[in-house]
Design a protein around this ligand. Sequence first.
Ligand SMILES: N[C@@H](CCC(=O)N[C@@H](CS)C(=O)NCC(=O)O)C(=O)O
Length: 201
Amino acid sequence: MKLFCKAGACSLSPHIVMRECGLDFTQVNVDLATKMTERGEDFRQINPKGQVPALQLSDGSVLTEGVAIVQYLADLKPDRHLLAPVGSMTRYHTLEWLSYISSELHKAFGPLFRRDASEADKTQARTLLEARFRFVDEALQNRQWLMGLHFSVADAYLFVVTRWAKALKLDLSDCDALETWFDRTAERPAVQAALKAEGLI
Ligand SMILES: N[C@@H](CCC(=O)N[C@@H](CS)C(=O)NCC(=O)O)C(=O)O
């Protein structure tokens, strides 16, 4: 399998899951400005959306959308408990978190990453995100992981967006549970390996 990534981008989430699963894969870095891979391929020929992450399977087929990719990977290695089996409510609550992280956290960062966004839009995005991270902090009270006992695909995705929140210096000062959870996640060997492979540590 080939995982198309950009250092520190949302592709870090499936990258962590890949390593948590112990799967064999090749990391291919993409320049999102030029849409070229480090191997000189036109990335739009691989993913016409021009976005990371993209996963290319050995038969050449391509799966896009981080939320779909992490489910596919986790289901390849059910013994890693990154996603509960079909039919269990734990699975649907994990999907509930993935959906929240994707639509309410990840995409809310847009104005903070766009050079052309107005200061008013940026301030609004910060306020919204700080409130949403406080909601996540509440959910993490007295919990080791989002789903309780097991680190899941949702923790991997939340780690990526919390990393952005910290880099952008969002006010997370009241979010002690989130901070503790973040440090716990950062210490995981698979997370360390993914950060290292992306040149982030
Ligand atoms: N809906 C996609 C969004 C992926 C996405 O936003 N990727 C960003 C990096 S975090 C990207 O590739 N941006 C470049 C672009 O949109 O041209 C997913 O969840 O996988």
